[in-house]
Design a protein around this ligand. Structure first.
Ligand SMILES: NC(=O)C1=CN([C@@H]2O[C@H](COP(=O)(O)OP(=O)(O)OC[C@H]3O[C@@H](n4cnc5c(N)ncnc54)[C@H](O)[C@@H]3O)[C@@H](O)[C@H]2O)[C@@H](O)CC1
Ligand SMILES: Nc1ncnc2c1ncn2[C@@H]1O[C@H](COP(=O)(O)OP(=O)(O)O)[C@@H](O)[C@H]1O
Ligand SMILES: [K+]
Length: 526
């Protein structure tokens, strides 16, 4: 799913009205009706007090449309205008008049000196105070109103975006923003809903299709994409009947050290399970027996040292190398890495101690082949690019870093972000069960194994992160978050592939009805 910038949304808004020959007021009506329908479907006329708080811009205009339709359908509605400015937009004013015509009374104006209305914990708040037009911090009294929402504990539904939140910046203070239970965004979700600093402002979000011009939606390139099944399906490469193991490449995993050979096993097993034709592990001598006995499909090359890697030399010709898991940061290992990188031309995926060693000697970054994939968790990323002010600053720094060294950076987290220059891919799969030792090693193996099979490094990163998360989502169903381990995530990688082609089950009621119809027909024909 494309995530449009604010500028693109305004542009699309205008273009849609023009191409569909409708006024912006009609488009606002369409958007408002979508929100009303969402609520109406769930509330079915229930007489719960609904407090609709509208600003004076187009977000407020949306709120007025919703309020009008709720009133017309007999709901218990209180409409307020949060009167923070007298610069009311044209479409706001149109809807302000329309609601007056409907109810014969104006909405209640709330200004800086007014008391806020009482809101019960079982009431509903519709937050249409600010949309994406917020261009400076809200006044103190408006912030107090947001606090009043929070204290009430009422279910809060935000229109388009929680008021006070920006799509491209972290607020100075968490209290400056409405804390929504649910947000209904128009046409596109927002990057800020996926970042650790700002995701908390809405527990859930949904996108409402308000009928933007199709051509605009298809043609417009966005700086951010949300990656789900629809986005990865076209990446998948079906297998040819006459393919053989040579077709799917040779993945070399370089890593492990005394006490951390397991990391190399996890990455190697993942590379094979995701479909690499051949897998070799390059490990210190102490890794030979554990790998040979626990993972017979792997081939092994051992370093001359017993406990750590000291000289990366091999005679095989791998398609791709996954380097760094459990490798340690011994001086000899650091030197071996430097020597290796000066001659290596094979595509690389670098994780964990591989990243830590690069952070200690940043000159090495220049030696990495173009589109090398780095998969840091936040602490490793900090060692690599330095501290950041907030999540948006972090992304700015990662983009600059990716551009400078021509690298792909996979920032691991609840929503893993793959960054290549100015483009960000947000992963939508995965769950907190992944917060366990070794799952990062699995990801390294998965991406390496995909590159081995012929996926380019970017496709392998985006697809690999998706499959890794999907595999965890499948594994967790029978295990729960706590018991799931990295090995389980490897075991269900195959199911993650199969899931790509599973059709969603038809809704149960319908299926049962059809079954009933069939039986009826049968008995009639008897
Ligand atoms: N295609 C879409 O996405 C559509 C979007 N619509 C709505 O339009 C919204 C954007 O509308 P607007 O551009 O009018 O923006 P807002 O509704 O966010 O209104 C902000 C208004 O208040 C002013 N303002 C901003 N920050 C302020 C502050 N801190 N204190 C006081 N005044 C402040 C701005 O100058 C602007 O006039 C969207 O969020 C969405 O709800 C709808 O019109 C339907 C179509
Ligand atoms: N709360 C979470 N939700 C979803 N995915 C998570 C969560 N916590 C961690 N992960 C994922 O688990 C993996 C952990 O990787 P990493 O920190 O390198 O672990 P390790 O070094 O133990 O292998 C990453 O892919 C990360 O995105
Ligand atoms: K809002």
């Amino acid at each position: 799913m494309k995530i449009f910038s604010d500028k693109q949304i305004y542009e699309g808004d205008k273009l849609t009205a023009k191409k569909q020959n409708i006024t912006s007021t009609e488009l606002m009506e369409r958007a408002g009706i979508q929100i009303f329908n969402w609520l109406h479907l769930r509330m079915q006329g229930a007489q719960v007090p609904i407090h609709v708080f509208c600003g004076i811009g187009n977000n407020g205009g949306n709120g007025l449309v919703v309020a009008r339709h709720l009133i017309n359908h007999g709901y218990h509605v209180n409409t307020y205008v949060v009167n923070f400015s007298d610069k009311r937009t044209r479409d706001f004013l149109c809807n302000y008049d329309l609601i007056k015509q409907t109810t014969k009374k104006w909405p209640t104006l709330i200004g800086p000196d007014d008391d806020f209305p009482e809101i019960g914990p079982d009431d509903i708040i519709i937050d249409a105070v600010f949309g994406i037009g917020l261009n400076r911090p809200a006044d103190d009294w408006v912030v107090n109103l947001f606090q009043h929402f929070k204290v009430s504990k009422a279910f809060t539904l935000s229109v388009d975006i929680p008021s006070g939140m920006k799509t491209d910046a972290v607020p100075a203070d968490d209290n400056n923003v409405v804390w929504a239970n649910h947000t209904l965004s128009f046409q596109s979700t927002k990057l800020a809903f996926f970042l650790p600093d700002t995701a908390k402002f809405t527990e859930q979000w949904e996108v409402l299709d308000i009928g933007f011009d199709r051509e605009y939606l298809i043609k417009t390139q966005t700086a951010v994409d949300l990656i789900g099944k629809q986005e990865v399906l076209p990446i998948y490469k079906p297998r040819d009947k006459f393919s053989h193991k040579g077709t799917f490449g040779h993945a070399l995993i370089i890593g492990g050290s005394y006490g951390k050979i397991g990391a190399a096993i996890l990455a190697s097993r993942s590379a094979l399970s995701i479909g690499a034709g051949l897998v070799t592990a390059f490990v210190p001598k102490c890794g030979y027996i554990p790998i040979q006995s626990s993972f017979p499909e792997a081939m092994i090359i051992t370093d001359e040292q017993e406990e750590w890697i000291s000289n990366i030399q091999f005679t095989i010709t791998p398609t791709v190398i996954g380097l760094g898991v459990g490798m340690g940061t011994e001086k000899a290992t650091a030197e071996a890495l430097q020597v290796f990188l000066t001659t290596n031309k094979t595509p690389l995926v670098i994780d964990a101690d591989g990243i830590n060693l690069l952070s200690k000697n940043k000159d090495l970054l220049k030696l990495l082949p173009q589109n090398t994939v780095l998969t840091p968790h936040p602490k490793e990323l900090e060692r690599l690019i330095g501290v950041w002010k907030d999540d948006f600053d972090k992304l700015k720094k990662v983009k600059a870093f990716s551009k400078k060294y021509h690298l792909i950076v996979v920032i691991k987290g609840a929503y893993t972000l793959t960054v290549l220059e100015d483009k960000i891919y947000i992963n939508s799969t995965g769950n907190p069960g992944l917060a366990t030792a070794g799952t990062g090693d699995v990801l390294t193996g998965v991406i390496t194994g995909l590159i081995a099979q012929g996926y380019d490094s970017l496709a392998a990163s985006v697809f690999g992160v998706y499959l890794h998360g999907k595999s965890a989502d499948i594994a967790v169903q029978g295990l729960g978050y706590e018991a799931m381990t990295a090995t389980h995530v490897i075991d269900t990688l195959g199911d993650a592939y199969l899931n790509l082609f599973e059709q969603p089950e038809p809704p149960k009621v319908e299926a049962e009805e059809k079954e009933g119809e069939k039986k009826e027909k049968k008995s009639k024909t008897k």
